[in-house]
Design a binder for this molecule. Structure first.
Ligand code: GLU
Length: 369
């Protein structure tokens, strides 16, 4: 893991905990500098930032240690404005714009919200902006809250198909014992599998090692969640001079390997998606192209059946009526019908907008055996 995985990461979700956001402009500036450098190397970045409640407490003079749910939500409303302004200023120093995205738990429960959130985050990344995600604390209630942004960050990593999730914390990784109590505690640099031994380290010895809402336990859970989608997770010290880039070195952070490769995870997801309601019929040339490892272009489409939204899985059927495979369609059924049979350069004219040239990208395709 470490260096090679770090250099290979094309899409990175970086989560910053409340204590880092509260620590002031220098800490944010260091994170922003790393984000700018990674973007310069061609990676796309999404930030998940906590700190709304913490910043809002101070702003509204809510000093009591325990707040009611309503007070926390009020604090979040006041603090979120400060939070996103602070990120915007830190990123602006590198010519980057912050874009606030507030999500609620139902984003991952309802397919439409999921697709909408994904499309917006994709567009922001295409435009070169840095999405700064937090939970929409103002409307989330205790029962429906993510509650901790480690889990939210793992969900966001799944949402955007990230290959690396970086959890920036006030500790530089997972230790076998609490390093604040026991100087002999050892950092675990590389974690190929999350098993009961690892979970026990987080649950007992390290439970209070990280001061955010989450602690180590939620970080391990986040790593498990992300790992199931083929995304690696690293825990690193957010106050280090190069908080994210330091992960390229073996003496920093803890790395969790993904449970399976991103390609396998995507394949399993496509194959396991609820029975597709939509169908795309293709000609013999297109069927041959797909079997040769190409994407499905509109020109090879002879018909579109059923109703589906962009981002839904469809069945792809050859001229003989036999299913060729399944794939995630980049267009809605309605738009797919309008461009069926079109050459790629005609697509924009038909639709009035330009998007992916492939109807189903090869990475979003699983062929039947
Ligand atoms: N959404 C909360 C906030 O911004 C943070 C939750 C957490 O600390 O994980 O204050």
């Amino acid at each position: 893991m470490t260096r090679a995985a770090f250099d290979a990461a094309r899409r990175i979700v970086i989560k910053a905990g409340s204590s880092l956001v509260q620590a002031g402009p220098a800490v944010l500036a260091a994170m922003a500098a790393d984000i700018a450098e990674l973007r310069g190397r061609g990676a796309s970045i999404v930030v998940v930032s906590s700190g709304a409640v913490a910043l809002g407490r101070a702003r509204l003079g809510l000093t009591r240690p325990v707040l009611s749910l309503e007070q926390k939500q009020a604090a979040a409303a006041a603090g979120q404005a400060r939070l996103v302004t602070a990120w915007d200023e830190a990123l602006a120093a590198h010519g980057l714009a912050a874009a606030q995205a507030l999500l609620t738990l139902d984003v991952t429960e309802y397919r439409r919200s999921w697709l909408n959130a994904r499309a917006t985050l994709e567009t922001l990344m295409e435009l070169g902006a840095i999405p700064v995600v937090n939970e929409n604390d103002t409307i989330a209630t205790d029962e429906i809250r993510y509650g901790d942004n480690d889990r939210l960050a793992a969900r966001v990593a799944q949402l955007v198909g990230a290959d690396l999730l970086v959890l920036l914390s006030d500790i530089d990784g997972l230790y076998d014992r609490d390093p604040r109590q026991d100087p002999a505690a050892r950092r675990i640099a590389d974690i190929p599998v999350i098993d009961d031994t690892i979970r026990a380290m987080a649950g007992e010895a390290n439970a209070a090692a990280a001061v955010g809402t989450g602690g180590m336990r939620t970080k391990i859970l986040a790593a498990e969640l992300a790992g199931r989608s083929g995304c690696a997770t690293a825990i690193a010290l957010g106050t280090a001079p190069r908080p994210v880039l330091s992960l390229a070195r073996p003496d920093h952070g803890s790395w969790f390997h993904p449970a399976r490769s991103a390609a396998r995870a995507r394949e399993a997801w496509i194959a396991g998606a609820a029975s597709p309601s939509g169908e795309i019929r293709i000609d013999a040339g297109a069927a041959q192209a797909l079997r040769a490892g190409k994407s499905l272009l509109p020109v090879g489409v002879t018909g579109v059946g059923g109703r589906f939204e962009r981002g839904e899985t469809v069945r792809i059927v050859g001229p003989d009526g036999i299913t060729v495979g399944r794939g995630v369609c980049a267009y809605s059924a309605e738009d797919a019908r309008r461009i069926a049979g079109c050459r790629s350069d005609e697509v924009e004219v038909r639709l009035g907008y330009r998007r992916a040239s492939a109807l189903v990208h090869v990475d979003d395709l699983v062929l039947d055996a």
